[in-house]
Structure formats: C-alpha cells, structure tokens
Design a binder for this molecule. Sequence first.
Ligand code: CU
Length: 155
Amino acid sequence: MQHTEAAAMGSYEALDYRHLMAAAPNSDWRQPDREIRLRLTGNMYRYIWSFDDIKYSESEPLRVKFGEHIRFTYVNETMMNHPIHLHGLWQYLDNGNGAFNPKKHVINVPPGKTVSVIVVADAEGEWAFHCHLLYHMDTGMFRRLIVEKTGQVHG
Ligand SMILES: [Cu+2]
C-alpha cells in the first residue's frame, strides 16, 4: 500500500531510514575496505558524552587514507538520540540500497540502536566529527577525522 493511501485510510505508517533512497546512483559505490566501530557512550547522571567512553580532550584523531571506503558502525549504548555529523565527507546510510544508499551529512542513531554508514574518503584534510546535539558535543562527543594523502609526499 502506498503511504498516501495508508494516510487516507487513517493507518499512517511513519517514514523512517528504511524508506530513504538516493535519486541518482553513487558511481563510487563498492563494498567498504574496512570497518570502524564506534560506541556512542555517556552518562545521564553526570551528563557527559563520548565515543568509546573517551571524551574529546583525551582522544586521538580517527585516521583514514584518501580513497578508502570505510564502514562506520555506530552502536548507541545510551538512552538518547545522537545525530552524528561528519564534516567534509558524505555518509552513505547503508540501508540495503547499494549504489542507491542515501547520502547524508547527519545520521541519527536512536537510543539502543546500531546504524551503519559507508564513508568515501574523497577529501583530504582534517574534519570535525561529532554529535549534533551541542551539549553532547561540548561535553565530549567529538573527534577529529583525518583523511591522509597516500603515496609520495612533496616537500
Ligand atoms: Cu548526542
């Protein structure tokens, strides 16, 4: 049944990430080279937030190589949503549509859920990677992601 029909009949089903699909195929699409798994962690009583229980001020940057395709798997171990924003690179939500996986800047990870995206490291440099709830970001749910140039370094 189409969503419009369902809505007209009063049995509306909310759209979610399963229903998203790119309008045009990603010509770069292929299976990722490796996976980076990140736990979304925090403590509601102390109101502190982190990736893998390490707050930003004590963290090392994430490092990937230019041209790599990386699966990022976000495991939300908390009771809050975390909209994860990666600057500079697209996050292709891996919802089973292959080359038509939708590309997004921000991926929401609901409480207790796991969401995978594929990142194509096609822009060199140092990028911000963080939860877009600014209190979460400010209290530690932030990392730098460095896309390193491969091959010869010119001086
Ligand atoms: Cu958050």
